[in-house]
Design a protein around this ligand. Structure first.
Ligand SMILES: Nc1ncnc2c1ncn2[C@@H]1O[C@H](COP(=O)(O)OP(=O)(O)OP(=O)(O)O)[C@@H](O)[C@H]1O
Length: 322
């Protein structure tokens, strides 16, 4: 396996987890993770992607000791997650996007005070780290607001800050940007990039948003039915399956479909041609070049670029394997 950068922070060998589930009157076995062998080195940022039900959350739960593997071995920060869970908690920060680790009825500030005490931070350390996180994640405006009154974007920033409060070696983020607007996503990504740069934090991230992977991860692990289906760079993954981006342009006037734009494929139009969509391969051309070619033919008044969806990439990889 890869992950040559420094000591492994995550190391699994033949890791597996099965569940016995009731299926009508019968019981059957679901293999959620099926012999996974991966290595993530210190300081790496790795995207852990796969379709719904591929086994990502189950893997994460085994990495942090919430679930016991049914086979294989796992070491996180050199520790055995289940047996050494108390020690591991000090070394790892986890955010499950769908679940909160903050106290719903308490002001954000109090949740942080509790977490600081759980992690045994000294008063000085608590103050300096909290100040740093409040400033960098712009939490000042809602620092004294009860968690239940926060917007999703505010809550996610607080969740990530809470996971990072004790400066863990490894941060695991499960869908940290799900449901966030563009600006909130961008802020969170920028923060994570800076945080990693400053502290050399290792990052494992699951997401359905290719933009997250692109901006935050150097390497991708893709799972299919609990097995590793791809391991390498995102560019390599895109090359393997030919991932396309989409440029959406709004024109000043409705017009015919622009089917002869060099480097782009016309995908369709709406509003009698007022909005047109073009697919292009980012390895071959750029959104700017496609836009320039479109602008030679018509007047463009607005535009956006759609990131490829992880689900789409995953589907293509799966299809290529079958
Ligand atoms: N506690 C459980 N009991 C029974 N089956 C489970 C349990 N947890 C997960 N599974 C099953 O294991 C498989 C993998 O689930 P898992 O949640 O790990 O996938 P995932 O990749 O995280 O999916 P998603 O992207 O939807 O979160 C699925 O078929 C799921 O139904």
């Amino acid at each position: 396996m890869q992950g040559d950068v420094g000591e492994p922070v995550i190391e699994t060998e033949g890791l597996g987890r099965e569940f016995r589930v009731r299926d009508g009157l019968r019981r059957r076995t679901v293999v959620a993770v099926d012999g996974l062998s991966v290595r993530v080195g210190a300081g790496e940022a790795v995207g852990y992607i796969g379709a719904n039900g591929a086994g990502k959350s189950t893997t994460i739960k085994m990495l942090v000791g919430i679930l016991v593997p049914t086979r294989g071995s796992v070491r996180t920060c050199g520790l055995r997650p289940v047996q050494d869970r108390r020690r591991l908690v000090r070394r790892v920060g986890v955010v499950f996007g769908q679940r909160s680790q903050l106290w719903w009825d308490l002001p954000v500030r109090e949740s942080f005070a509790i977490l600081a005490s759980i992690h045994g931070l000294s008063p000085d350390r608590e103050r300096s780290r909290t100040d740093e996180l409040v400033e960098r994640l712009e939490m000042g405006a809602y620092w004294t607001t009860p968690v239940r009154q926060l917007s999703l974007g505010q809550r996610m920033r607080a969740e990530v800050a809470a996971a990072l409060l004790h400066s863990p070696d490894l941060v695991i983020l499960d869908e940290p940007t799900i449901g966030l607007d563009v600006l909130s996503k961008q802020r969170l990504r920028e923060f994570l990039v800076t945080e990693r740069r400053a502290h050399g934090t290792t990052l494992l991230l699951t997401t359905h948003d290719m933009g997250d992977v692109e901006r935050l991860c150097e390497r991708v692990l893709l799972v299919d039915h609990g097995r590793l289906a791809y391991e390498g760079t995102l560019a390599g993954l895109s090359r393997t399956v030919g991932v396309e981006r989409v440029l959406v342009v709004d024109l000043a006037e409705p017009g015919p479909d622009l089917v002869t734009v060099p480097g782009a494929r016309h995908l369709g139009s709406e509003g009698g041609g007022l909005r047109q969509r073009f697919a292009f391969d980012a390895e071959v051309t750029t959104a700017a070049k496609v836009l320039a070619a479109v602008s030679e033919q018509v007047e463009v008044v607005d535009l956006s670029v759609e990131e490829p969806d992880v689900e789409d990439v995953v589907r293509r990889v799966y299809a290529a394997r079958r």
